[in-house]
Design a protein around this ligand. Sequence first.
Ligand code: SF4
Length: 81
Amino acid sequence: MSCPMNCPKNLRNGPCGGVRSDGCCEVRPEMKCVWHEAVAGSLRIPGGVEALRAIQLPVDRRLVGKSSWLRVARLRGGEPA
Ligand code: SF4
């Protein structure tokens, strides 16, 4: 599994154009590009490649530092986010 929040650019529909030829990140060369890892992982999961083709919304920077779980719980409870 690979999380796009670990991408230094927080790209949701990566990879960026700077992936190194060895699959490492252009910003942090000591780590593998999360999208390189995501594609490799998707090949091991039935339906994984198709799932990666879904376009994701960009990160909502207004929510940085806030709990996503509490937000989901409040929305389900009818409270404003
Ligand atoms: S190389 Fe991959 S992990 Fe690094 S910034 Fe680009 S998309 Fe993100």
